[in-house]
Write a protein that binds this ligand. Structure first.
Ligand SMILES: C[S@@+](CC[C@H](N)C(=O)[O-])C[C@H]1O[C@@H](n2cnc3c(N)ncnc32)[C@H](O)[C@@H]1O
Length: 255
């Protein structure tokens, strides 16, 4: 499936996003990103999809530009924007674009790229391009799939043959939530790239360590707060974080 057709899986992505695994991911990532940007700062949300993080950051007072290749995903994002109060709507814009072709020289206090690199063949060029759009002192926030834990979800779900194959071959790719093959990265390699492209205070957190295999049968809303607190507690601690399905790498651009 060409990536500019992500809108074809828009309904399935929305179901995932609204489900427990999506909610945990969005909440953990939002809290970290919102805590790193100065009040009122500008944000580029590259590969914004249906606008989940764009809207949350806008509601938190930041000025956000969401960019995506898929006009269908942007239609969904604009529907969410339309629900916001007028003052918030003025702080939020969406436009069609790509990492590769986004206007050179345009910089932001924060650049987010969440859940996108896993669909690209390689992360290096994308991170270099995204880094160029961060203002000095600004934040780069990357969320992608953790290659080191490939097979763990499959094992916890009882697909032992596939889990063993993924683990024995050291495969970086596997079938993700949407039935599409997604490629993982090594968190340390992404942190090293961020340092190479001019960032310090680089950190990475595991996202969905204990919750990646959950589905509606094994979860109810009364568990959410305790589960998110548990995930937060483990997110920067070894050995737990290395088993997370996703990882969230952040860094601050050297002034
Ligand atoms: C899994 S969704 C993630 C959406 C959102 N960032 C989130 O975290 O919920 C991936 C999005 O990346 C977009 N995308 C894929 N390749 C892209 C590229 N090269 N440049 C910009 N967006 C891209 C897709 O259209 C899709 O909407």
């Amino acid at each position: 499936m060409p990536l500019n057709d992500f809108g074809n899986v828009g309904d399935a992505y929305q179901r995932y996003s609204d489900g427990i695994r999506g909610r945990i991911r969005h909440e953990l990532v939002f809290q970290v990103v919102a805590g790193l940007i100065n009040a009122g700062g500008t944000v580029l949300d590259m590969g914004c999809g249906g606008g989940e993080i764009s809207v949350r950051l806008c509601e938190a007072g930041f000025r956000v530009l969401g960019v995506d290749t898929s006009s269908e995903m942007l239609r969904r994002a604009n529907m969410r924007k339309a629900q916001l109060p007028e003052q918030a709507r003025k702080r939020l814009n969406f436009e069609v674009g790509t990492i590769e072709n986004f206007e050179p020289g345009q910089t932001f206090d924060a650049v987010c790229c969440h859940g996108v690199l896993m669909y690209l063949d390689d992360s290096c060029a994308a991170i270099q391009t995204l880094a160029d759009h961060v203002s000095p002192g600004g934040v780069l926030s990357i969320l992608t799939k953790n290659a080191l834990s490939n097979g763990f979800r499959e094992a916890l779900r009882g697909d032992y043959t596939l889990a063993r194959e993924l683990i024995e071959t050291g495969a970086a790719s596997s079938i993700g939530n949407l039935g599409i093959s997604t490629r993982g990265d090594n968190p340390s390699a992404i942190v090293d790239l961020m340092k190479q492209f001019g960032f310090d205070d680089c950190q990475w957190r595991g996202i969905r360590i204990f919750s990646d295999h959950l589905d509606a049968d094994r979860f109810n809303d009364s568990m959410a707060d305790a589960l998110i607190a548990l995930e937060q507690a483990a997110s920067m601690r070894d050995p737990y974080r290395i088993m997370a399905r996703l990882f969230h790498a952040t860094g601050q651009k050297v002034r």
